[in-house]
Design a protein around this ligand. Structure first.
Ligand SMILES: [Cu+2]
Length: 325
């Protein structure tokens, strides 16, 4: 009997250790993008995400302490009160002090979590005066971003394997090479042939869009999120922003990006066949770059607008890409 219990305790101990180390925020989580082998949250680039990260750390610390306490208690009880060590069990059923303690202590723990949690919730709904307002509309399967003050709309479609190959070898060569293929054979060939192109171009497969959006650094951005068809979710982890895009309804969320760079997210509600083809790319740039980008958009020169962002990205090599190289 006691042998089996020790076996169970050992498995529990391993699970707890895994949970303990899995719960910590390791140093190798990415800024603005996912990283291979990443555990925990993406690095923060906004005051709200700073608070989310610290709440996450507080909750994990409490969780780890509780798990280790319960585990230690269980192992000790299994050993100390086993049949062999304790042949005649006590018949005690009540202990007032203990009962008060195991009621009060969990309440105190919950209150200590609730205080920073409500603080975060209030701040998320505080909505400072916005400098930029973007209405984001989810569509099956792309995002439309309307800058309400400037009356400019940017539509972001995912860049796929075919797009990078066409850009690399040209339309004629592409049609000649892949024209005879279809279905899975075509998908596989495009996938295999495009992989080296993705890494050569330092592009993240399934996280690139044809037209990126930009926001100025250290400015409050209000995002009004809605949908044209099914429920989507506009999510950029490093900004601490995730909002359901519900048809017929507009929900608001805000962020203030405090770091320059490229920040990526994805549609985060299973919305259909191409749910995975709805990446979000937000460039955080200095005000003059933002103004130049907006001027190009207003002049309906989308190529120039995207080039301004690409040149800026090349100038400020994204920290996360630089770290990966
Ligand atoms: Cu979606």
């Amino acid at each position: 009997m006691s042998k089996r219990m020790f076996g169970a305790a050992a498995i529990l101990a391993i699970a707890c250790l895994a949970a303990t180390f899995g719960g910590l925020t390791p140093a190798f989580a990415g800024l603005g993008q996912p990283t291979d082998g990443e555990l925990g949250l993406q690095l923060s680039a906004s005051p709200i995400m700073d608070q989310i990260t610290s709440l996450y750390d507080i909750v994990n610390t409490v969780l780890i302490i509780v798990v280790l306490f319960v585990l230690t208690l269980m192992v000790w009880v299994m050993y100390r009160f086993s049949e062999k060590k304790n042949p005649v069990p006590s018949r005690t059923t009540h202990n007032t002090m203990l009962e008060v303690a195991w009621t009060i202590v969990p309440i105190l723990i919950l209150v200590s979590i609730a205080i920073p949690s409500f603080h975060l919730l209030f701040n998320q709904y505080a909505f400072p005066k916005p400098d930029v307002t973007i209405k984001v509309t989810g569509n099956a399967w792309f995002w439309e971003n309307e800058y309400l003050d400037d009356k400019v709309t940017v539509t972001s479609n995912m860049v796929n394997d075919e797009d990078v190959l066409r850009a690399k070898i040209g339309d004629d060569a592409f049609d000649k090479k892949y024209g005879s293929l279809e279905g899975t054979a075509l998908t596989e060939a495009l996938y295999k042939d495009s992989l080296p192109v993705w890494s050569e171009d330092h592009k993240l497969r399934r996280l690139e869009v044809d037209q990126q959006i930009a926001v100025p650094i250290n400015k409050v951005v209000d995002v009004l999120v809605t949908s044209n068809d099914v429920i989507h979710s506009w999510t950029v982890p490093s900004f601490g922003v995730k909002m359901q895009a519900v048809p017929g309804r507009t929900s608001a969320v805000w962020f203030k990006a405090t770091k320059l760079g490229t920040f990526r997210g994805q549609c985060s509600v299973l919305c259909g066949k191409l749910h995975s083809a709805m990446p979000i790319v937000v460039r955080v740039v200095d005000q003059p770059v933002y103004d130049a980008w907006m001027a190009a958009l207003k002049a309906k020169d989308r190529k120039k607008a995207q080039k301004i962002l690409d040149d800026d990205a090349a100038a400020h090599a994204n920290q996360s890409v630089a770290a990966a190289e």
